[in-house]
Design a protein around this ligand. Structure first.
Ligand code: MRU
Length: 360
């Protein structure tokens, strides 16, 4: 996707694959900063502190963390170093299953390697494969979701999509999940406009989704999180499309806090509510949403707001200094509220997902 007319992905290899470079998303939308990650500890910090975030991206970045562990270890310590890096990286963020999925995928590829160098090469190949596969999954999600958007456009002309958080290309390798159909529609010349929910407390919608849609030339409007229900009541939303961090075997969907309220409003107003996700986000080991671990982040993310002040980046306190705060980072939308799941293999109902017809 484009930033100031130049094509980017969210990560790329440094020379000789001795690290990766990522877009440090903490500085967006006001500054474009990249960061080099050269050790498993660098990768863990970047995921934990959300320099990189979004379910598919943290999986893709974590895969390289295992490769870097093997690369930096002496031959005699390669298996131990990879095992340690696996635990370190898996502990960084608990909700998005793509993280553990990618770590397992990459680690498994090296399991029967015979020499330390073979382990190193296989880990690198597997990390590259995660990146390539996620890219392709996002592209195909875009193709399948485009059909839904075209259906609406055929009936009423311009299509209004509401999304929450950032399930865009910044959360993936490219294209995004929830935004992949939007970009596909934009490229195909289908008139489209996106309502971008700001997504307190970290404002991924206002800071990241608005940024990437704007850079790519997609018409959009940022709204307060609480405006979503009102816009749906007034007929201003044709489709809600969100991403997911983990979808349980029965279709219950963990996504950024606030997603559930949008699904409730969508059901009440008859607006179709779609979840866009790659199959790497489905966790068949978890029967339903009650078993999905929900990350609790620092209360300071609620107490303070980050933005651009008159002299540069600024952080302001928005609650009384003594008020406690709580910060559950995700919620679970029950499968019964989801109209359909847009995956790389097509659009599926909760029943189809549950019976294994979708998502392998
Ligand atoms: O806390 P974040 O910013 O990592 O949360 C991201 C989301 O909730 C996204 O909607 C989800 O990861 C899907 S990304 C394609």
């Amino acid at each position: 996707m484009r930033i100031r007319g130049q094509n980017y992905r969210t990560l790329w290899e440094l020379p000789e694959a001795n690290g990766i470079e990522v877009i440090d998303q903490r500085h967006l939308p006001h500054r474009f900063v990249t960061a080099a990650l050269r050790t498993p500890a660098d990768v863990a910090e970047a995921i934990r502190d959300m320099w990189v975030r979004g379910a598919p991206l943290i999986g893709a970045v974590a895969g390289y963390g295992l490769h870097l562990a093997a690369r930096l270890a002496p031959d005699s310590r390669v298996p131990a170093a990879v095992a340690e890096a696996f635990e370190l990286l898996a502990a960084t963020r608990p909700t998005a299953v793509n993280l553990r999925w990618a770590l397992r995928f990459v680690a498994d590829r090296a399991r029967d390697a015979r020499t330390p160098d073979e382990v190193r090469q296989r880990l690198l190949d597997a990390a590259r494969q995660v990146v390539g596969d996620e890219l392709e999954r996002s592209r195909r999600i875009g193709e399948h979701g485009l059909r839904l958007i075209r259906d609406v456009a055929a009936r009423k002309g311009e299509v209004n999509v509401l999304t929450h958080c950032n399930a865009g290309w910044l959360a993936c390798v490219d294209y995004g999940t929830a935004t992949a159909p939007v970009y596909a529609a934009h490229e195909a010349g289908v008139p489209i406009h996106v309502w971008v929910a700001e997504t307190r407390p970290r404002n991924q919608g206002a800071a990241l989704t608005a940024f990437e849609l704007g850079e790519h030339g997609v018409r959009h409007t940022v709204v307060a999180d609480n405006a979503g229900g009102h816009l749906m009541q007034r007929g201003s939303v044709d489709l809600v499309i969100v991403g997911a961090d983990r979808v349980a075997a029965n279709g219950d969907t963990a996504n950024k806090i606030g997603t559930y309220l949008k699904a409730l409003a969508a059901r009440d107003t008859g607006v179709p509510f779609y979840v866009a996700l790659p199959s790497s986000t489905i966790d068949r080991a978890v029967p339903d949403g009650t078993a999905i671990p929900i990350e609790e982040r620092s209360p300071d993310e609620v107490r303070y707001l980050d933005g651009l002040g008159p002299t540069g980046p600024a952080r302001v306190l928005v609650v009384p200094a003594g008020s406690p705060a709580r910060n559950p980072a995700f919620d679970v939308t029950p499968a019964r509220l989801v109209t359909g799941f847009i995956t790389e293999d097509g659009v599926f109902s909760s029943d189809e997902l549950r019976t294994g017809a979708a998502g392998r």
